[in-house]
Write a protein of this length. Structure first.
Length: 77
């Protein structure tokens, strides 16, 4: 199962991810490190979809919340 902690590792660890997100050097890495236990806040994932939700080819990452519209049954008028 893909976890937020694994994703943080894939993105270079807390310090690198904090820098990527533009967080301050003072406290930014600690904030990201706390996400290993608490999980990455959904609002942050939505604010930075290219970092958290999409892979390098513009496709949804495994385990990322994908839109339900692709699996929603067609509605009959």
């Amino acid at each position: 199962m893909h976890t937020d902690s694994n994703l943080i590792d894939e993105l270079g660890g807390p310090s690198k991810l904090a820098e990527l997100l533009g967080f301050s050097k003072l406290g930014g890495a600690q904030r990201v490190h706390n996400w290993r236990v608490r999980g990455i806040p959904p609002g942050v994932k939505l604010q930075y979809p290219s970092v958290f939700l999409l892979d390098g080819k513009g496709r949804f990452r495994p385990g990322a919340a994908a839109s339900d519209s692709a699996t929603e049954p067609e509605r009959v008028a």
